[in-house]
Design a protein around this ligand. Structure first.
Ligand code: SAH
Length: 507
């Protein structure tokens, strides 16, 4: 037996939070990930950077892989002695053909583990506000395949028993057979006024729910052109949805929001959007990188000469202290410098490191910062600004004008990250993005340069997309570059930006 290992992992129904801890570990340690259409791509962000990704779902540019071909791909990779994670929508053993894949692995003498997942059969109803059981309605439910032709002679489904045996019936893969399923149920004794719900792309921002009864659901589904992937829920519990549809009632439900920040910083905004029911699409136009430390090292070697150290960003703080520790400089050597923290997050991070800032400007614009520092600085005072390589020059220039000697040093680098540009363009073209957020001028610039389109194409891509900016400087950069800003945050922070997104999507 080789050292190859296969994890058959349930990815859950779509909401990337609905994967198990063990499933996530399998994604992280995988050398190869083989995934299909129903496994949310966002889960792949957790994979290691050099992972090999193999998509085996439907795709417009090639034929759909057969199960035999998929099996072969798994076996081949495992035989290369790799750790393979086979990621499947929902649970691998609920109509997921996970059993067959496991058997093939066994035949080929390949080690495997099964990591169960949250099946769509239970979680999709839950996100539509439908509990599959409820003491007042039913104490049983059945999960049934809907892709078997109910009129087939040797149908493995005994409709005479299924129709009335359980309170709740959940059909997967049943949309194309909906009329036949409805007919079989009513012909076999299920009352035609039984409530029915169809839920498409459940647990995702695109979740759509249609309700009716066995009597009218076929007609309604036709009128609404209701398509796959969807589940069919039959039973009285469907009525509870009116009260319990918590997910669709969230403030950002259905919104797909582009978050253009660095990889390290994006998660804060992304998390907030997710908590409000929206789907963040993290577009890491910037990634933070280690700089050439020459300037910062020089500043650190003479750290006791500075009267002020002005931190203008979270990353400035992080890299400054990281370098100090690396060089073996004790934090107490900062005792004589006054500290200015721009922005609440920067202040928080300093506080965590035991430093209470001496000055925190009320607003986060260079002009305001200078206003406040004016009276606190004497001519000839040395000031250190540990900042990004692309930071604007307005702050150091204005401080120099006050007579200060300013060392504006590069503490970290903002580098472009273009891996996801293609995917983002696709989403914009398909009209899948509803809101675009910008948190700084550089995020606007990079966003545009990475999309790499003409002015007209840009207008077209952003047609119907609402744009939210964190503050006036970012907004004016956007406008200069041909991006119309729909709303600007009142408070120039992430919280302010989230508030702006909320208000614009509720219009
Ligand atoms: N193993 C999966 C089911 C695979 S069969 C699971 O446990 O969930 C594929 C069918 O699952 C689809 O045709 C659809 O009926 C259902 N399905 C999976 N994810 C879904 C989702 N997010 N919303 C609605 N239906 C879904």
């Amino acid at each position: 037996m080789g050292t190859g290992m296969v994890y058959l992992v349930g990815a859950g129904p779509g909401d990337p939070g609905l994967i198990t801890v063990k499933g996530l570990e399998a994604i992280k340690k995988a050398e190869v990930i083989i995934y299909d259409r129903l496994a949310n791509r966002r889960l792949l962000q957790h994979a290691s950077e050099d992972v090999e990704l193999i998509y085996v779902g439907k795709s417009p540019d090639r034929h759909t892989l057969t199960q035999t071909e998929i099996n072969q791909a798994i076996v081949d990779k495992a035989k290369e002695n790799k750790i393979v994670t086979r990621l499947k929508g929902g649970d691998p053993f609920v109509f997921g053909r996970g059993g067959e894949e496991a058997e093939v692995l066994l035949e080929n003498d390949i080690k495997f583990e099964i990591v169960p997942g949250i099946t769509s059969a239970i979680s999709v109803p839950a996100y539509a506000g439908i509990p599959v059981t409820h003491r007042d309605f039913t104490s049983s439910f059945a999960v049934i395949t809907g892709n078997e032709d109910p009129n087939k002679e040797d149908s493995s489904i005994d409709w005479s028993k299924i129709a009335t045996a359980h309170g709740t019936l959940v059909f997967l893969m049943g949309m194309s057979n909906l009329p036949k399923i409805v007919e079989k149920l009513t012909a076999n004794g299920r009352s035609s006024d039984t409530p029915v719900a169809l839920v498409r792309w459940g647990t995702r921002p695109e979740q759509e729910t249609l309700t009716g009864t066995l009597e009218d659901i076929v007609q309604k589904s036709k009128e609404n052109k209701f398509k796959n992937p969807a589940i069919i829920i039959v039973g009285k519990v469907v009525q509870l949805r009116e009260k319990l549809k918590w997910f669709e009632d969230k403030p950002l439900f259905g919104q797909r929001v582009v978050v253009t920040r660095s990889r390290n910083q994006a998660s804060d905004l992304a998390k907030r959007i997710e908590d409000l029911g929206g789907e963040p699409f993290e577009f890491p136009t910037i990634k933070i990188e280690e700089p050439d430390y020459e300037q910062l090292d020089k500043a650190l070697d003479q750290i006791q000469e500075y009267k002020w150290i002005v931190f203008t960003s979270v990353n400035g703080v992080k890299y400054f202290f990281k370098r100090m520790a690396f060089k073996g400089i004790d934090i107490r050597s900062l005792y004589q410098a006054k500290i200015c923290a721009v922005g609440p997050k920067t202040m928080e991070l300093l506080t965590e490191r035991g430093i209470i800032a001496d000055y925190i400007p009320g607003e986060y614009k260079a002009e305001i910062i200078i206003e406040g520092l004016k009276n606190k600085i004497n001519s000839g005072d040395k000031i250190l600004l540990p900042r990004a390589d692309i930071a604007r020059k307005i702050l150091p220039e204005a401080l120099s004008e006050l007579g200060a000697v300013v060392d504006d040093v590069v503490a970290y680098k903002n580098a472009l990250n273009d891996t996801s540009a293609h995917h983002l363009k696709e989403l914009l073209e398909n009209g899948d993005i509803t809101v675009l957020t910008f948190t700084s001028s550089s995020t606007v610039k990079n966003f545009i340069s990475m999309l790499n389109v003409s002015g007209n194409e840009l207008k077209e891509l952003l047609n119907g997309v609402k744009v939210a900016s964190i503050g006036p400087i970012t907004s004016s950069t956007a406008k200069e570059l041909g991006v119309n800003v729909d709303i600007e945050a009142k408070e120039y922070t992430i919280d302010g930006l989230v508030e702006a997104v909320r208000s614009i999507t509720n219009d």
